[in-house]
Ligand binder design. Structure first.
Ligand code: DX5
Ligand code: ZN
Length: 216
C-alpha cells in the first residue's frame, strides 16, 4: 500500500517544510488538492504554488483537480511539475479531450469519481488511465468520515482491471485512518490518500508506518 499524504491538512504557512517533513516521514506520493470554489465549495491553490513547491522533494506529485474546467489548466499543471493529474468525470470539460491533453504532456492521467457517481463513468476510459481515484468522502474538505460502501466500486474495478489485463492503479481519498485503511486494503486499493491521519498525528512517521502495518 502506498500512502499519499494530502497537503490540504498541512500548515500552509510552512507549506514547503511540510512537504519535506512528510517526505522524510516516508510518504510515497504527495497529494495536492486543487479546488476552484465552483466544482466544490472550497478554494485552495493552483499551478503557480505547486510549481514553487516542486523542488521540495523528488516524490511524485499527484494533483487532484476539483475544478469545473480542468482542460483549461492541464498545461499549467504539467508545467508546474505534476506527475499524475486526476480530474473528475463530473466536470464540464470533455473527458476524452482532457485525457488527450494530459497524455500529450507526458503526465500520467487519472479520473476521479464522487461518491454519488457510479463506477461505470470511468469504464469507457479505463484502458488509457494510469489510475482511478475513488472518492470515499464528498470532495471539498478534509476530516470527513470514510464511506465504506465505496469499496464495492473498488472491488468491481479491481476485477475489471484484471479482466482487461491492465495495470491501472486504484486510489481512495477521504477518511482514511487507522480504523478504515484495512477495509480499503482488503478491497484492493493501491494508494491511500490520508490528510488528517498524517498531519493531525503528533509523529508523521509513526502515523504512516502504522497505516502501512494495518494493511497487513
Ligand atoms: C477532499 C480531498 C482529500 C482530503 C482528504 O476533497 O480530496 O484529499 O484532503 O482528507 P482526510 O484524509 O482528512 O479525509
Ligand atoms: Zn484529494
Amino acid at each position: 500500500m502506498l500512502i499519499a499524504p494530502s497537503l490540504l491538512s498541512c500548515d500552509f504557512s510552512i507549506f514547503r517544510d511540510e512537504i519535506i517533513r512528510v517526505d522524510e516521514a516516508g510518504a510515497d506520493i504527495m497529494h495536492l488538492d486543487v479546488m476552484d470554489g465552483h466544482f466544490v465549495p472550497n478554494l485552495t491553490f493552483g499551478a503557480p504554488v505547486i510549481k514553487k513547491l516542486r523542488g521540495a522533494t523528488d516524490k511524485p506529485f499527484d494533483v487532484h483537480l476539483m475544478i469545473s474546467e480542468p482542460h483549461r489548466y492541464i498545461n499549467d499543471f504539467a508545467d508546474a511539475g505534476a506527475d499524475i493529474i486526476s480530474f473528475h468525470t463530473e466536470c464540464d470539460s470533455d473527458i476524452a479531450e482532457t485525457l488527450d491533453l494530459i497524455e500529450k504532456r507526458g503526465v500520467k492521467p487519472a479520473l476521479a469519481i464522487k461518491p454519488g457517481t457510479p463506477v461505470d463513468a470511468v469504464l469507457p476510459y479505463l484502458d488509457r488511465l494510469y489510475m482511478v481515484l475513488v472518492m470515499t468522502v464528498e470532495p471539498g474538505f478534509g476530516g470527513q468520515s470514510f464511506m465504506p460502501d465505496m469499496m464495492e466500486k473498488v472491488v468491481f474495478l479491481r476485477k475489471e482491471i484484471a479482466d482487461r489485463g491492465l495495470k491501472t492503479l486504484i486510489e481512495v481519498d477521504g477518511g482514511i485512518a487507522k480504523n478504515t485503511i484495512a477495509t480499503a486494503a482488503k478491497a484492493g486499493v493501491d494508494i491511500c490518500v490520508a490528510g488528517t491521519a498524517v498531519f493531525g498525528a503528533p509523529d508523521a512517521k509513526a502515523a504512516i508506518d502504522e497505516l502501512k502495518v494495518l494493511c497487513g
